[in-house]
Write a protein that binds this ligand. Sequence first.
Ligand SMILES: Cc1cc2nc3c(=O)[nH]c(=O)nc-3n(C[C@H](O)[C@H](O)[C@H](O)COP(=O)(O)OP(=O)(O)OC[C@H]3O[C@@H](n4cnc5c(N)ncnc54)[C@H](O)[C@@H]3O)c2cc1C
Length: 495
Amino acid sequence: MNGADWIVVGGGSAGCVVASRLANAADPQLGRIVLIEPPSTLAPPVDRERPANWLKLLGSSEDWNLGTSENAALAKRVLRWPRGRGLGGSSRINAMIWFPPTSSDLQNLIDASGNAWSLSELQQELENLTELVRPEQPTWQSESADRFLEAVSSSHHGTAWPYLRLNRSGRRWNPAELLTPALTNDRIEIQRATVNRLVHQGDRVIGVEIWNEYGTNQVLANKGVILCAGAIATPGILMRSGIGNREQLQQHNIDVRIESDQVGQGLQDHLIMPVVFQVKSKPFPSQPSVRDIARWQTMGTGPLTSNLAECGGLFLDDSVQLHVTPTHYLTYPTPTDHAFMTIGVNASQPLSAGILELQSKDPRVPLLIHPNYLGHGSDRETTIRGIRLARQLVTETSLSKWIVSEKLPGKKRHSDEDLGRAISRYTQTLYHPAGTLQFGASQSCVVSPGFAIRGLQQAWIVDASVLPGLTHGNPNATIMLLALQAAKKIIEQTT
Ligand SMILES: Cc1cc2nc3c(=O)[nH]c(=O)nc-3n(C[C@H](O)[C@H](O)[C@H](O)COP(=O)(O)OP(=O)(O)OC[C@H]3O[C@@H](n4cnc5c(N)ncnc54)[C@H](O)[C@@H]3O)c2cc1C
């Protein structure tokens, strides 16, 4: 449809929130929105609905199936990087954990805005978001989570809690649900296509170039375009629109519109090291029993409601996040006769940062992802401290009687060197890429605290790419908070 008022590119966590907020704003003069999300096919309903099946969504038709380049510090391993595809974006396939921004996450946002934002406005938006999302208390908890939470509460090492979930009555929920009222009253139209680049008239962005089964086309909008395609795809759209590093763009015969070395830099992710214990319990089911299916279907409870990463918290002065699963982190859901508990350890504020690299101006070719994991030595040291803490929690509390043995890194690995090698070999992405277009008050930032692309009119960005650094915990709540904040700022700028 041509002649929309707004185009929102990408119907993921941020895109759904920003589109629904614009569409549900009291002022009908704001007009109509076209939300553009690439076509996708659905994974089987059992995997889409049952929280415990979320690992099966990875690699499915709802996943972009991205991967990193070889990671030098991870024993040259290439990591698979799932990214959600379809309305709801990565919230469609994620672990559903609701981890609101900590007070220092909020302060980091305020600092990045150059104090243009206030704590009270962010707190108000977080309240608004929580009312919209209504994260749910878990309705069931594994023995691993019960015992871990009890152990932490009896120790002096920090606090842990059962994570709230993006669920409704024990079923997966994602922010695409927020679009329903606006779809019903015709304020939003969904168009299934992939966006290649922005369409300009001088400095004014008037639409986007898309492609789908009908070929290449343009979608135009009167009031502007909001990019929400995520931490990897949004920088790609900018580069193909001529915004980025001059040499890189020229190498691919792209005319330079705005020269910026910032686009695709600053890539960060949480890297998780599983500390796996065999425990005296029954294995967490990899195939549900008839009874468990009936419990889930009729009462929305039982092991099928588990999101696996059921509980956790921040430790060691918030430098480390621990997550607990009732499984062997690296082998589940392969059936096993043994029961396991994993304490996943990650540095909450890693200092390593990587880059994205344009491979081709063809939008079907994904950007190269170079995460530079552990590029900064302190990230490995922090992770080692986290492993030692997980061991301490197990040996110094009631967990000690329940544990059969430590399987990973394994009790033979004690020295920093041994643990460092285990980190290289076994760590995994926690699926939190961010920061590739960090917003900021400085003129060198492509995105302003008003979410506008500097040097253009009628173009904004909000998604994980604009985060000025990783959140201490899981980022989805903060990204959706940014989306509400962006909707507010965009409305202020345009009405
Ligand atoms: C497996 C997994 C588990 C996770 N678990 C958690 C968790 O438990 N808790 C938590 O807080 N966070 C979790 N995360 C992270 C969180 O889900 C993401 O950080 C968040 O969803 C990112 O939001 P976004 O809006 O930036 O991008 P996305 O939600 O990924 O949305 C981007 C959207 O843009 C679309 N798109 C891409 N390219 C184009 C294009 N060219 N044109 C148009 N549209 C395009 C995509 O299809 C997608 O719908 C997880 C992520 C994954 C992948």
